[in-house]
Design a protein around this ligand. Structure first.
Ligand SMILES: [Zn+2]
Length: 558
């Protein structure tokens, strides 16, 4: 390993407000950010003053931070001793890929920006039935935020759970960038030969965005990742720039960055059930919440998936990997509080299940170690993906029309802080859940809500609950025109006659809880008798369809 210019590694002790060193000014000017450390006791005494800095790690009595110009000027004239630290993305001279073709054979170099772009296109071109290319948005720099959609039929909406892997929103944390590219290739190449890959691809609508902050990663130019920065082109920490459940819409005091806008639009247009946000700088799984100490509703599920991820990674790696805090996983807030993070944003505002994975202690991992890290981590990544297929799922429909209903699916005495989910536009919902017995309430505007009690769930298994919701009858535009339809008698005893001056096409009848009890299509007559002697007494709803009109009527069977 070749170490870069030693002078960068010289630790300079500076006192902001007194005599700022040239080096700090130069770095702020050239990179827009600095990497510093402060003695732990000084941090404790000035905790609130450091709010504009991005915490990185705690090591040997010092706390490491990234800071931009604003952060540095916010502690100007304060007596805090800051120390410039070696720039993480300049520790090694990273080898770049010679040409795109070599990428998937050697995996021992980083792609240039253009190679990345062509790799993404190439995956979609090589596997048109399994992979679809998407541009999520373009940045002012001209670089793009790209994603690939993977699955058994990416061109047909199968109402599968949607899942997202996204990496490197901190531009100098490049491990996940390469690992997700490799994951794309692995899923495509092994679809026909690996049972787990086939199961995942057949049952999950997978989205992978390898590079969420291309301007940060290619800060020094499209041809190299050497000198990558954490922040984006405006020197903003993208993982502090999202709406926060506790701190509101602009927790960092900045406008939403282009990258943030692109991701929020993307999240709005999707219905992600689960996701993971990949970083590096530590080796640990960080599960919600980051912003507050209150535990998530699904804390036991979070611990289950986090432990599985960490345990599997430990199994496939030399001892010591993914063992921060001993276990390799932690509640976010218990590690350190973050406001404006993407993880909390996805979970709170999109009812998703997103955790953060810190893939390696070294942020910009030397190319020679990429293959090892892939081997340590990919079984965990497949397992986590597979989890999206489990839990309670099904379809919510209108009990009269059979149409999809966008319903709220809430686990009673369990859901808090947006952990409930919604069914999508096609009525499908997916609710990952830990082992237990649950009462689930389904509700939607214009419908009578329904609760299904005692749903028994087990980890790594599927519980299907398809639910029909009965429209609140007042909400339906009933044509109360007796010249169109005549029902006699009502109340009904053993037979009812339905007649009309115009030809009747179809008749459907439902009971009070929305169960279909009678259906006759292609009637094409002006009257029909329905035999009701076997029906239980009660209220029924009849939907009578004419050529271009619907009529709803309520009858009582005695
Ligand atoms: Zn990070």
């Amino acid at each position: 390993m070749r170490y870069l210019i030693i002078c960068l590694l010289i630790v300079l002790s500076i006192k902001v407000g007194a005599q700022t060193t040239n080096e700090l000014e130069i770095q702020l000017k050239e990179r827009g950010e600095v990497y510093i450390s402060i003695l732990e006791q000084e941090v404790k005494a000035n905790y609130k003053l450091l709010n504009n800095f991005s915490f990185d790690k705690n090591e040997n009595g010092r706390v490491y931070y990234y800071g931009n110009k604003r952060a540095i000027s916010s502690i100007k004239d304060k007596s805090i001793n800051i120390q410039l630290e070696p720039i993480p993305s300049l520790l090694y001279n990273i080898k770049m890929l010679e040409n795109t073709a070599k990428f998937s054979t050697t995996w021992d170099a980083y792609p240039t920006y253009n190679q990345y772009d062509s790799l993404m296109h190439k995956f979609a071109t090589d596997y048109p039935n399994l992979c679809k290319f998407h541009t999520l948005g373009s940045l002012n720099s001209g670089r793009e935020i790209l994603a690939l959609q993977l699955g058994d039929s990416v061109n047909i909406d199968q109402n599968e759970p949607q899942f997202l892997y996204t990496s490197t929103m901190h531009g100098d944390e490049t491990v996940g960038y390469i690992i997700t590219l490799r994951l794309i290739e692995y899923l495509l190449q092994n679809y026909n030969t690996n049972t787990q890959v086939k199961y995942i691809m057949d049952n999950v609508d997978i989205w992978i965005n390898p590079l969420a902050n291309p301007d940060g990663t290619y800060h020094t130019g499209n041809s190299t990742v050497n000198g990558a920065i954490r922040y984006n082109a405006n020197n903003i920490d993208l993982n502090r720039n999202y709406p926060d459940p506790e701190d509101g819409m602009h927790p960092d005091g900045n406008i939403y960055q282009e990258e943030t806008e692109i991701f929020m639009d993307f999240a709005d247009s999707m219905h992600f059930v689960m996701s993971a946000n990949l970083h590096s700088g530590a080796e640990v799984i960080n599960y919600p919440w980051d912003t507050w100490s209150q535990l998530p509703a699904d804390n036991d599920w979070w611990i289950y998936v986090s432990k599985m991820f960490a345990d599997t990674a430990q199994y496939y790696s030399p001892s010591g990997y993914m063992t921060k805090f001993g276990s390799g996983y932690t509640n976010g807030y218990q590690w350190y509080s973050v406001y404006g993070g993407r993880q909390d944003y996805m979970n709170y505002f999109h009812h998703c299940r997103e955790f953060t994975v810190e893939l390696s202690n070294t942020k910009l991992l030397p190319e020679s170690q990429l293959l090892n890290h892939w081997n340590y981590i990919y079984p965990s990544m497949l397992n986590y993906l597979e989890e999206a297929t489990y839990g309670i799922k099904g379809r919510v429909t209108d009990s009269i029309t059979g149409y999809a209903v966008k319903a709220k699916v809430e686990i009673l005495n369990h859901d808090i802080d947006s952990s409930l989910v919604y069914s999508n536009d096609s009525g499908y919902y997916h609710r990952p859940i830990y082992t237990g017995t649950y009462n689930v309430k389904y509700s939607a505007n214009g419908y009578n809500s329904k609760t299904v009690n005692n749903i028994v769930c087990n980890i790594a298994s599927v519980k299907i609950e398809n639910v029909q919701l009965l429209p609140i009858i007042e909400a339906i535009n009933i044509i109360n025109d007796n010249s169109i339809i005549h029902i006699y008698p009502n109340p009904v005893f053993d037979k009812v006659k339905i007649s009309s001056p115009v030809s009747i096409s179809n008749i459907i009848m439902y009971d009070a809880v929305g169960r279909l009890v009678y259906e006759k299509k292609n009637i094409n007559m002006n009257s029909i008798f329905i035999e009701t002697s076997t029906y239980k007494s009660g209220i029924y709803f009849i939907r009578i369809a004419f050529k271009s009109q619907l009529v709803y009527r309520k009858i009582i069977i005695k």
